[in-house]
Design a protein. Structure first.
Length: 449
């Protein structure tokens, strides 16, 4: 095994893990899902599932990862207690690697759009209107070019390793993104139509909250947003030093991630209604969203347009921050297969990042070629099914297979008083019973309905 990197500080980890968690899922995924699933009803179910199912699963990943100091395949093998659990652990790890790679393949496509929308206002300012139009029109060549641009950036950072690559990038972004989000929310509230959006977002129609499709979407969204199941957080956990208090770190990351998603909803839903007020078509005659995947690319530019010339700069700033947010997430996805190749097959880090990055870019281009059939399918298969089921497996490993005194010893390393904490009173039996049963119940409903 090669020498492992480690985060240099608690702050570095929180930023890097939040960097992984905060991304397109928060600002493109969550608001879009909320808008197409009854607004406030979705928000409500999402909050419940994020805190009650995703957070405990995140803790399972972090604890297992730090204990094993390795990727998910090795980690689950290490804590397994017989041949059967050893194989199941390996299988879970491998499916995680495949899922992370598939997530990255659709993610690169959407992240490429963010880069386009960052460049478009600049092209417009420079007087290249036709370039700006090309960048903002949905087209195969544009999609492919920017998949490649985005994948190149991801590979370049991952080649650098933990401290120089992942941590350095993540520490710069979060404060800037938060600040801009606040400013935009304050601005959108001053526009006509915004209050209708606020109402749709905060006033729940409880009858919708029991809708199965909504629950499955919200669960997938929560697991996707916290980067769970695929081994990302497990690997990030493996880079945390023994001195740190894991339950605190996990809590911080969860709050940052959910907080940013909820805030993004506070921007996008009102912006939708403002856009509609200004004549942009958002809903069809039946009241459904016209185009979910590209919703924010219709709504946000319409918002920036209302700001005159300032809007051009704000638009560029917003989309570059989104591009960077996507990048701090995509590097955490690519890290999953790369860490496995480096640790289990002694492949050079740079070489591994390049070869795997290329393969994923090819899958991504394939999705771009068959957008209508493959894009939604890949998202559904990975985020709504694979991620929660993999999260379930991690809970089973943390709750049933790994010995409880060893789990305790691992958490105790950075939190000597953990036995007296609320966390230790609840979490062990919670991941043992509640999480698996809840996830299985939702999945079973899907299969049988
Ligand atoms: N959590 C990221 C987001 O919300 O954009 C997406 C993600 C990152 C999913 C890393 C999975 C992953 F392993």
């Amino acid at each position: 095994m090669t020498a492992r990197g480690e985060f240099s500080s608690k702050f570095g980890f929180i930023l890097a893990a939040s960097g992984s968690a905060v991304g397109l899922g928060n600002i493109w995924g969550f608001p879009t899902q909320a808008a197409s699933n009854g607004g406030a009803a979705f928000l409500l179910v999402y909050l419940v599932l994020a805190f009650c199912l995703a957070y405990p699963a995140l803790m399972a990943e972090l604890i297992i990862g730090r204990h094993a100091k390795s990727n998910a395949v090795n980690a689950l093998r290490l804590i397994s207690n017989n041949r059967f659990s050893y194989y199941i652990g390996s299988l879970t790890g491998f499916i995680g690697i495949i899922t992370a790679s598939l997530i990255l393949s659709f993610y690169a496509l959407v992240a490429g759009w963010m880069v386009c929308y960052f460049l478009a206002p600049l092209a417009e300012l420079a007087g290249f209107q036709s370039v700006a139009d090309w960048l903002t029109e949905f087209g195969l060549y544009r999609n492919i070019v920017f998949i490649l641009v985005f994948m190149l950036l991801t590979v370049a950072i991952i080649s650098g390793g933990v401290k120089d690559g992942i941590e350095k990038w993540s520490t710069r972004l979060m404060p800037a993104l938060l600040g801009l989000l606040f400013l935009l929310i304050a601005y959108v509230m001053t526009l006509d139509g915004a209050m209708e959006g606020v109402k749709a977002y905060l006033w729940p129609d409880f009858s919708r909250a029991v809708d199965l499709k909504l629950i499955v979407s919200a669960m997938g969204q929560a697991f996707f947003s916290l980067s769970l199941g695929v081994g990302t957080m497990l690997i990030y956990g493996s880079y945390i030093s023994q001195k740190e208090n894991l339950s605190y770190l996990g809590r911080m990351v969860t709050f940052v991630d959910i907080g940013i998603a909820v805030m993004a909803g506070m921007l996008i839903l009102p912006a939708m209604y403002v856009a509609q007020h200004n004549g942009v078509e958002i809903f069809d005659a039946a009241g459904r969203l016209i185009s979910e995947d590209t919703l924010i690319f219709a709504v946000l530019p319409a918002l920036f347009d209302t700001m005159g010339v300032t809007g051009i700069f704000i638009s560029a700033a917003f989309f570059i921050l989104m591009s960077i947010a996507a990048l701090t997430s995509s590097i955490s996805m690519l890290e999953v297969p790369v860490a496995y190749a480096v640790e289990n097959h002694a492949i050079d880090r740079k070489r591994a990042a390049q070869v795997i990055g290329l393969l994923i870019a090819l899958i991504s281009v394939t999705i771009a070629f068959n957008f209508n059939t493959l894009f939604g399918l890949t998202i559904s298969a990975t985020t709504r099914f694979a991620q929660p089921l993999l999260g379930l497996m991690l809970c089973v490993f943390a709750g049933w297979i790994w010995q409880r005194n060893k789990v305790l010893a691992e958490i105790k390393a950075g939190y000597p008083k953990v036995e007296q904490s609320l966390f230790w009173k609840i979490w062990p039996s919670y991941v043992r019973y509640v999480c698996p049963v809840a996830i299985l119940t939702v999945m079973a409903q899907v299969v049988f309905s």
